[in-house]
Structures are given as structure tokens and as C-alpha cells.
Design a protein around this ligand. Structure first.
Ligand SMILES: NC(=O)c1ccc[n+]([C@@H]2O[C@H](COP(=O)([O-])OP(=O)(O)OC[C@H]3O[C@@H](n4cnc5c(N)ncnc54)[C@H](O)[C@@H]3O)[C@@H](O)[C@H]2O)c1
Length: 385
């Protein structure tokens, strides 16, 4: 009589992972994070258009397969998961090819150069059980953010009323000498797209969607085709208002978020990553100490690629859509499109208008990169000056 067996599901370990891109973020964050998951992950291949880089990264991490082309790698290796760590303009091709091969995808930010491109990639996901494409937004996954998310969902702190979202970083002229930086066609924008995206994503993932935005941007001090600073006032669907600044011109660098709820102020100040010590929880009047103490996280998990990777692999193993994918991965890109649309047209922009056919749905510069550059560098001289 045949014995009952437990079949190996397609999502059982070891999960065969391929990494595309062997540059800074791949070697600094993704490969160490994958190594920390060695009990359930086998990294089978590394792809980089630069063969020497592919070999160097593969040698360093004992990865057997080395390729210079993502399509060749997919055909030869059929990985379960593809981790994409290449510059933004190459995300679409690698995401689409990987999904079409049946692999799940975890891709670096920014997910895509436009909402249209994001939706095009999402159309290649499977329905029901995947494959899905998730995106890297590691700051959602530290224990401080996870704890705050639970309070927001449960309403413990009362309604959110006011928020502040500042990404005040410093990048010198040499930083923009890397060919893909500071260009619409390769990066999709400046600090709004490339840097503040993490902080804005975290705020939206906590407080929900926005409804309208009024933004001002300019190219103030760096030689780039995009903005080097952006500011915005955002009205959230909850009715709360949020003020946003994204700058690459700020010598004392900081990433600062502040949330004023009815019963507490919650602040996060860090630079490129946080743990619990970077959070400050201030109870409002009438909140006793014991209540406020119970608000704090029970564990101290720093924000990190490792923490998000663990969540992604859990979702993969369950065959469920990962966090920061689909509508949940698109939210911040929509705000960014709204900010560019508002700043470049001098109007307030509503989220519900950012649909196919809208100039800023199709590209972050609205269709004319030269016109965008001239708006951003415009200097109006005050009368008498
Ligand atoms: N999540 C974060 O905190 C964070 C931080 C830094 C960078 N990033 C993102 O990571 C991505 C990569 O940034 P980076 O700093 O590692 O860049 P990088 O230039 O250091 O490395 C990119 C690598 O990709 C390779 N490459 C380029 N096109 C390719 C293609 N079509 N196929 C295969 N390989 C290709 C390059 O040869 C290079 O080795 C970008 O999207 C960036 O925005 C995210």
C-alpha cells in the first residue's frame, strides 16, 4: 500500500535566489542579508553587466553562477527568487523577465521611473499565488515602525493630526559624477525620488494615502538636470497634514519624522537606519506613565535589509503577496509623481487625477525633461534687485 508522503511545495526551502547587480547596495546589504538566511536560502547566481564585478561579488560570497545578462541567467538557473540591485532604469527589464520566468522579485528602490512603468511591471505578476514583485523599503521593518503601525491600526494614540517628514542629506558635486545620477532618464528624479523616498514611504505606510499635494522644487546648488531640493505640503485622506522637505544640500544631515497624534507625539531622528534609541515617544496631557510605557516596542529590531528580507521570504514560503508590493509598493511613487506634477506646473495636484493619460502618470517630468529643467533652475529677480 502506498505510504502518504508530504510533497515538497514549490515554496519549500532551500529557496534558490539569484542576485542581479554586484555594486554597492548588493555587496553592502543584500549579500550579507542573504547570508544571514542561509538556512532557507541558496544564492545560486550573480549577474552584473560588468563581468569583473560579477566575479568579484560571486567569489566573495561563494556563489557558483556568474552571468552578465539577466535573461541568460534566468534560462540557465530558473531561480525561485530574483533580488534586483541595479540602477533604476534597468529595473523594469529585470523585473518583467524574472516574473515572466515564474520567479518572485525583490527589487531595490525606486521601484520604477514612473507610475506607468510600475503598473506595467505589476501586470506581469501572477494572480492568486504569485509570482509577485516586492520593493525594498527597509525602514518600514524596524521594531519602532512596526510598533507604531500597530498603534495606528488599533487607534491607541488617537487620530493623527500633523506630520513632518524631512530628509536633509548632503551630497557634494562629485556624487553627481556617477553617470546615472541626477538624470530623469536614469534615476527618474532627484532627492524626491532617490533619497526622501524612504522617509515618505514610511509615513504613508503608517498614515495611509494622501489626497492632495502642493510642492515647490528647485535646482539650487548642484549641477543636475533634476531638483536638488523639494518641499511640499501634503493633505492626507485622514485629514492630517504633512510637511515634507527632501534636500541634498544640508551639511548637518538628518532624517527626521514627527507624528502628532491626539494622545502623543512620536518622533524618529536618524540618518540612514534606526533602532529603538532613535525614537522618542512623548505622551500627551492626561496620559499616565504606565500607559505610555506600554506603548514602546517589546523588542529592538533595527531597520534593515535583513529585516525586510525575512518578511519577504516568509511571504514567499506562504505563497502570499509580500509587503511593499502591488498597491502597497506603489503608494510612495504616486506621491512623488504628485509632487513633481505640482512643482513643475505650479498647481495643487489631487491623487485621484494621477491616472493613465495624465502627463505625470507617464513620467516624473511630465513629458518634457528640458522644460522641467528650466522650471527647476528658473531664477526670478525681484523688482529693484
Ligand atoms: N535601499 C537603500 O537604502 C539603497 C541604498 C543605496 C542604493 N539603493 C538602490 O540600489 C540600486 C543600485 O544602487 P548601487 O548604489 O548599488 O549602484 P552601483 O552603481 O554601486 O551598482 C549597480 C551595479 O549594477 C550593475 N548593472 C547596471 N545595469 C545592469 C543590468 N542591466 N544588469 C546587470 N547589472 C547591471 C552595475 O554594473 C553595477 O555593478 C539603485 O536602485 C539604488 O537606488 C538603495
Amino acid at each position: 500500500m502506498p505510504q502518504p508522503t508530504t510533497p515538497r511545495t514549490p515554496h519549500s526551502p532551500p529557496i534558490r535566489v539569484a542576485v542581479v547587480g554586484g555594486g554597492g547596495i548588493s555587496r553592502g546589504r543584500h549579500l550579507p542579508a542573504l547570508a544571514s538566511e542561509s538556512e532557507r536560502v541558496d544564492v545560486v547566481a550573480l549577474v552584473d553587466v560588468d563581468a569583473a564585478r560579477a566575479s568579484a561579488a560571486a567569489d566573495e560570497w561563494w556563489i557558483p553562477g556568474r552571468y552578465t545578462d539577466v535573461h541568460a541567467m534566468l534560462a540557465a538557473e530558473s531561480p525561485d527568487v530574483v533580488v534586483i540591485c541595479t540602477p533604476p532604469a534597468s529595473h523594469r527589464e529585470a523585473v518583467v523577465a524574472s516574473l515572466d520566468s515564474g520567479a518572485w522579485v525583490w527589487c531595490e528602490k525606486p521601484p520604477a521611473l514612473s507610475l506607468a512603468e510600475y503598473d506595467e511591471m505589476a501586470a506581469h505578476e501572477g494572480d492568486g499565488n504569485g509570482p509577485y514583485a516586492g520593493y525594498v523599503f527597509q525602514h518600514r521593518f524596524g521594531s519602532g515602525a512596526e510598533r507604531l503601525r500597530r498603534h495606528v491600526d488599533e487607534g491607541t494614540l488617537g487620530r493623527p493630526l500633523v506630520g513632518v517628514c524631512h530628509t536633509l542629506w548632503y551630497r557634494d558635486t562629485a556624487y553627481f559624477e556617477v553617470p546615472w545620477r541626477g538624470r530623469w532618464d536614469t534615476e527618474g528624479g532627484g532627492p524626491t525620488m532617490g533619497h526622501g523616498i524612504h522617509q515618505m514611504d514610511l509615513v504613508l505606510s503608517l498614515l495611509g494615502d494622501w489626497s492632495e499635494v502642493t510642492a515647490v522644487m528647485s535646482t539650487t546648488a548642484r549641477r543636475t538636470r533634476t531638483e536638488d531640493v523639494s518641499t511640499a505640503i501634503v493633505v492626507l485622506e485622514s485629514g492630517a497634514t504633512l510637511s515634507v522637505v527632501n534636500s541634498l544640500l544640508s551639511p548637518r544631515e538628518t532624517s527626521y519624522l514627527r507624528f502628532d497624534f491626539e494622545r502623543a507625539t512620536v518622533e524618529l531622528e536618524h540618518l540612514y537606519g534606526y533602532d529603538n534609541a532613535h525614537w522618542r515617544w512623548t505622551p500627551g496631557p492626561g496620559v499616565d506613565e504606565d500607559t505610555a510605557a506600554a506603548w514602546l516596542p517589546e523588542t529592538d529590531e533595527p531597520s534593515s535589509h535583513r529585516a525586510q528580507l525575512a518578511s519577504f521570504l516568509d511571504s514567499y514560503s506562504r505563497g502570499e503577496r509580500p509587503r511593499a508590493s502591488g498597491e502597497d509598493g506603489r503608494r510612495v511613487l504616486e506621491l512623488i509623481a504628485g509632487m513633481y506634477g505640482s512643482a513643475l506646473t505650479g498647481t495643487t495636484l489631487r491623487r485621484r487625477d494621477l491616472l493613465p493619460g495624465h502627463d505625470f502618470y507617464h513620467s516624473m517630468h511630465g513629458g518634457d525633461a528640458d522644460a522641467a529643467a528650466s522650471v527647476l533652475t528658473r531664477r526670478e529677480t525681484a523688482p529693484g534687485v
